[in-house]
Design a protein around this ligand. Structure first.
Ligand SMILES: Cc1ncc(COP(=O)(O)O)c(C=O)c1O
Length: 395
């Protein structure tokens, strides 16, 4: 396994001035360019050599004409899904998309009608909210239950919201950003069972599938309970989080059920003709084929960063809790015991000089929480923790 200090020294790199949303758009997003960015979910690490070499070869060839999806792409993707996630794949299930968020918008438009209700479990990645609202559907939320930082599903409330609002679609986040849960099979089974009983189609966003720690095990939605819910779900995943490839805008759609596939294809034929970017295909295939060792190094760095925050920050600030590191690299911290929710932004941004995601971006009832991106060089994590402790002590 790649050693974490070696990983950092080899792959950590400067991103300022590189057309980076995270580093170069701070002024637009936060009104202040001079902050340490711990927000948007990409990383300060160069991707693995397997990917840069494959891209370099493609670029040096200098041909970017029309292409097709080679069998080798499917082979690499299918091996990854089977070996890492225990999911045997079939080629006819697969469609491609230019990004997971884009695909969510397609699914909302494809499988629901304007005015239909779509449910999400809050707090959740804010484009889920936008996909529903922008497509003029009715947004229905169900708050997860916060057990001292460990979030779980309130199944009765979930079912009630579905019935009361005549919900047609559920967008599931698995693993869940930002509460860091890797849902257990029983949990997924209960959610999917409720949806199936009430005719609610499930869209499972599994972009964080490869960020799983400790004893947690990611179970792709089509594998839950022996595949029982396959006729009622659509899966979308990508290598873009895993290997830091977001701007190559490439993701995978998996639709096991023939009827759902026909519906999707008819929609795609009318609206998006699912094209793909050859660099996205090349990078994804190369990562799945040769990136496992790099990923192990990255996971070790994230885990170390997490333990550092837990020890140095949560251990020293009374009552601050952090969501568990089951999955993702984006834990959420509940700061309410130390800082009044109304004062949190002033404290974090103006005093500590940090750009983070705020809890209320993910759900109305989560003001007072922040989300930290820990897929970064430990030096930034240390700077952030030091700043919070220093400024808290001055209060
Ligand atoms: C749950 C989730 N889905 C989708 C995305 C983004 O996907 P894409 O860049 O492919 O649109 C993110 C990025 O943070 C995410 O956390």
């Amino acid at each position: 396994m790649m050693e974490k200090d070696y990983f950092v020294s080899r792959y950590s790199t400067e991103r300022r001035g590189t057309v980076s949303l995270k580093w170069d758009l701070l002024e637009e997003r936060y009104g202040d360019a001079d902050l340490i960015p711990m927000w948007v979910a990409d990383m300060e690490f160069k991707t693995c050599e397997a990917i840069t070499e494959a891209l370099t070869e493609k670029i040096e060839h200098g041909i970017f004409g029309y292409a097709y999806i080679p069998q080798s792409y499917y082979d690499a993707f299918f091996d990854w899904m089977e070996n890492r996630h225990g999911m045997p794949m079939e080629k006819e299930w697969v469609r491609l998309a230019t990004g997971v968020v884009g695909a969510l918008y397609w699914f909302v438009n494809c499988y629901t009608k304007p005015g239909d209700a779509v449910i999400i479990m809050t707090p959740v990645y804010y484009p889920f909210h936008n996909a529903v609202k922008d497509c003029k559907r009715k947004l229905v939320t169900c708050d997860l239950v916060n057990n001292n930082g460990y979030f779980t599903v309130d199944y009765d409330a979930f079912e009630r919201q579905i019935v009361d609002n005549d919900v047609k679609m559920f967008i599931l986040c698995s693993p869940h950003n930002p509460v860091g849960r890797v849902w257990k099979e029983e949990e997924l089974d209960r959610m999917l069972d409720i949806c199936k009983r009430h005719g609610v189609l499930v869209i499972s966003d599994e972009i964080h599938q490869d960020f799983v720690f400790g004893d947690s095990r990611h179970i792709p939605a089509p594998m839950v309970s022996g595949g029982k819910y396959r006729d009622n779900l659509v899966l979308v995943n990508a290598a873009s989080k895993t290997f830091n490839l977001a701007a190559l805008v490439h993701s995978n759609i998996v639709i096991c059920d023939p009827k759902l596939r026909v519906q999707y294809d008819e929609f795609a034929n009318m609206y998006n003709r699912t094209d793909f970017n050859i660099l996205g295909i090349t990078a994804t295939e190369a990562g799945y084929r040769g990136g496992a060792d790099w990923l192990e190094g990255l996971l070790a760095v994230i885990e170390d960063n997490y333990n550092y925050v837990k020890r140095e920050l949560c251990g020293k600030l009374p009552g601050v809790t952090m969501t568990p590191l089951e999955g993702t690299y984006l834990p959420m911290l509940d700061m309410r015991s130390c800082i009044e929710p109304e004062e949190l932004k002033g404290f974090i941004q103006d005093k500590c000089r940090l750009a983070v995601d705020y809890g209320e971006w993910f759900g109305d009832n989560f003001k007072g929480f922040i989300r930290l991106n820990l897929a970064t060089d430990p030096k930034y994590v240390k700077m952030a923790v030091d700043a919070i402790l220093r400024e808290y002590a001055k209060r």
